[in-house]
Design a protein around this ligand. Structure first.
Ligand SMILES: NC(=O)c1ccc[n+]([C@@H]2O[C@H](COP(=O)([O-])OP(=O)(O)OC[C@H]3O[C@@H](n4cnc5c(N)ncnc54)[C@H](OP(=O)(O)O)[C@@H]3O)[C@@H](O)[C@H]2O)c1
Length: 278
């Protein structure tokens, strides 16, 4: 299953997974975009086994609701097993905006939504000896965790908030591996590279909009980025390394270490009001 499935990288990953015979659960943001994505996929792959669910994953109650629907679907269609979870939904914000819980929105969607969704689906992932992918970014390398002001309440900086959320993806994958490899779980951060999508043009102010419109022209097509996801979802033995991009393992930041990862994991559990087992 994959979030952010109705557009950009997520949509291309859906296409590639379907082309390779996977059954796919896509999660999108709005009903309209999911309907369009579903139609495009069905036109291309008339026998595709795909369903779409949707909701505002910035809000934790929505993540929990979506997870419930997925669990029901897995129970009825897959003996409760989930083979791969791709936490890919993401956003950019120009201003300090918060979720219903009061969490900064890039942190809430890019990090906490995937953290919470993974927790809710964890029994299914254990059953499926699942792989958990987080769409991170090479930009995580240019960031340290701002422990004293995690949600950028004092001086909002869109790019720093974004980079930190992508570092959070790496730290989460790090801890999931440390704790659950012996239970058959494998977690990864994925760097899709610079990809020509509209991420910086949605719900952003004119400066971010303009900068992204110029920058994305240098990006690759999302179908290129999708190939690394397929690589990590296929193969009998899950790769050992933590961070992948451009179809191979990549070096990651020294900030991705046990101390930071444990600290973020504990804090995220508190912020989501959950506790991972074991
Ligand atoms: N493009 C790049 O160069 C690049 C580089 C590194 C990492 N990434 C990461 O790649 C991932 C996918 O981004 P993309 O570039 O493919 O852009 P994108 O097409 O905008 O994909 C983001 C997806 O997340 C969904 N989304 C946004 N807000 C949501 C919400 N509140 N609830 C549920 N879903 C929501 C969007 O749905 P709607 O469009 O319907 O709102 C969209 O399908 C992100 O995590 C991004 O940080 C991108």
């Amino acid at each position: 299953m994959i979030t952010g499935a109705a557009s950009g990288i997520g949509f291309s990953v859906c296409e590639l997974l379907l082309q390779n015979g996977f059954k796919v659960i896509g999660v999108g943001h709005s009903k309209e975009n999911c309907e369009v994505a579903y139609k495009r996929l069905m036109d291309k792959f008339p026998n595709a086994d795909i369903i779409f669910l949707y909701g505002d994953m910035i809000q934790q109650q929505e993540v929990i609701r979506i997870a419930k629907d997925i669990k029901k679907y897995l129970h009825e269609n897959s003996s409760d097993e989930l083979f791969a979870l791709i936490n890919n939904a993401g956003c950019v914000r120009s201003w300090h905006m918060t979720s219903n819980e009061g969490y900064e929105q890039q942190f809430a969607l890019n990090h906490l939504a995937g953290f919470l969704l993974t927790h809710e689906l964890f029994p299914n992932l254990i059953l499926g000896k699942g792989r958990i992918l987080f769409t991170s970014s090479g930009s995580h390398k240019m960031m340290k965790m701002r422990w004293k002001d995690l949600m950028f309440e004092r001086g909002y900086h869109p790019l720093l908030a974004y980079k930190q959320s992508k570092l959070c993806n790496m730290l989460t994958a790090y801890t999931l591996n440390e704790r659950y490899r012996n239970k058959g779980i494998a977690a990864y951060g994925v760097d899709p590279g610079l990809v020509n999508t509209n991420i910086g043009n949605k719900n952003t102010g004119w400066i971010v909009n303009l900068v992204w419109s110029l920058r994305k022209k240098h990006g690759v097509d999302s179908t290129e980025a999708a190939k690394t996801y397929l690589l990590l979802c296929t193969g009998e033995i899950p790769p050992q390394e933590l961070y992948f991009g451009f179809l191979k393992a990549q070096k990651y930041s020294k900030q991705v270490n046990k101390e930071n990862a444990d600290r973020l994991f504990l804090l995220s559990e508190k912020l989501c009001n959950i506790m991972y087992s074991g």
